[in-house]
Design a protein around this ligand. Structure first.
Ligand SMILES: [Zn+2]
Length: 390
């Protein structure tokens, strides 16, 4: 990777210099008349080759003072430094461009947009936000500025502002951000729930469902709000809707759903639901809930039967580990059994992760937004072992 970047760093100024040379005799004479332009270019090139990027930047800044047509060179170098993670140097180049009094307005906007990207890359979110807010008035940059701001507000967890940006992009650029907007409202609803503001949480969830009627997370949270209000039947109704809308997400609500059903005197119905769902939508997480509930309600013998039946239908190391744990509790002090458990556990630790379908980032917990690539709804509610088997 580094070698490729270094290669670019050398080739880019060479191409530029060649371009300058090929622009023709006249312009060469003009540049020579003004004096120094070619010398600065080659001095900058030399400094770059000698790994003195800061002095090289000085030399190239000299060039642009003398020859405004070298603005492209600044963008190319600035982008290169930013991509290499040398944000300070990129900022220096783009700030120099921005501060030039003779720069045409359009070029000034371009420089500001580049500077915003530098700040974003460097994690200077406030300064990036400032740059992109200033660009909103420029029709040429408005959409890209809105997209950058949408990213920034998500990083800052400023959900209302993020919703505003997404809505504007939908209205003006015809983009669709409904899934994300529903997630932003769900984030707001969770914040309200954490403050026990059930009224506000509910209104955010209503908005989430307007944006995305099928939002599993909003339906799930609506059940949580109902439960906090003591409306057990409503909570159950919401959570049952999760299965109706997206059966593969049932494992996410199965534990709270069956607990609520039991409290409402619907234990038999809950057990039937778990057994039926395991047949229709087999999943390791669902098996875990079913195994626990059957154990609590019908005894460990029934739980073991359920586990064995499920393993016959859908063999999995994660399920087998559970069976080993059960055996280990029955037969104490068997060194071979303990060794087997240790070996299996080394494997299942990796298999028990969730994995982002966009970037492959693995996580112990289920996420609505990927911590790796920040995509929304990119985690299937399935463990790696199941995803690989499928
Ligand atoms: Zn991802």
């Amino acid at each position: 990777m580094f070698e490729l970047e270094a290669w670019y760093l050398i080739v880019l100024p060479v191409l530029f210099a060649a371009g300058w040379w090929l622009r023709g005799f006249d312009s060469r004479v003009r540049a020579a008349d003004r004096g120094g332009a070619p010398r600065s270019v080659f001095r900058g090139l030399n400094l770059l080759l000698n790994e003195q990027p800061d002095k090289a930047i000085d030399a190239f800044i000299d060039v642009v003072k003398l020859d405004p047509e070298t603005i492209e060179l600044h963008y190319a170098l600035g982008n290169l430094f930013r991509r290499r993670g040398e944000v300070d140097r990129a900022v220096r180049i783009h700030t120099h461009l921005l501060n030039r009094a003779d720069l045409p307005a359009r070029e000034r906007s371009n420089a500001l947009a580049e500077l915003g990207q530098d700040f974003l890359k460097g994690g200077l979110l406030d300064r990036a936000e400032d740059a992109f807010v200033r660009l909103l008035e420029d029709p040429q940059h408005r959409f890209s500025a809105l997209r950058a701001l949408l990213r920034i507000y998500q990083m800052e967890r400023e959900w209302m502002k993020a919703i505003d940006c997404a809505r504007r992009l939908e209205r003006e650029a015809g983009e669709s951000h409904q899934v994300a907007v529903a997630q932003f409202y769900c984030e707001l609803a969770e914040q309200a729930l954490a403050k026990a503001d059930l009224e506000r949480a509910q209104s955010h969830l209503d908005e989430a469902l307007v944006a995305d009627r099928k939002s599993v997370r909003a339906t799930l949270l609506a059940g949580d709000v109902a439960l906090r209000r003591g409306q057990l039947d409503d909570a159950i109704r919401h959570w049952l809707r999760v299965e109706a809308a997206s059966p593969e997400h049932l494992p996410l609500v199965a534990a709270r759903l069956t607990e609520a059903m039991d409290k409402a005197g619907r234990r038999e119905e809950a057990l039937n639901l778990l057994r039926r769902a395991l047949l229709d939508w087999p999943s390791i997480d669902l098996l875990e809930v079913a195994y626990q509930r059957v154990g609590e309600w019908e005894g460990s013998g029934a739980a073991e039967v359920l586990l064995r039946d499920e393993l016959k239908r859908h063999p999995s190391l994660l399920g087998f580990e559970k069976l080993l744990a059960l055996r280990s509790a029955q037969v104490k002090g068997d060194p071979e059994l303990d060794l087997l458990r240790t070996l299996i556990h080394a494997q299942t630790r990796k298999l028990a992760r969730y994995r982002c379908s966009k970037c492959g980032f693995r996580a112990r917990e289920f996420h609505w937004q990927c911590p790796g690539c920040t995509s929304w709804d990119s985690y299937p509610p399935r463990r790696v072992e199941e995803l690989d088997a499928a």
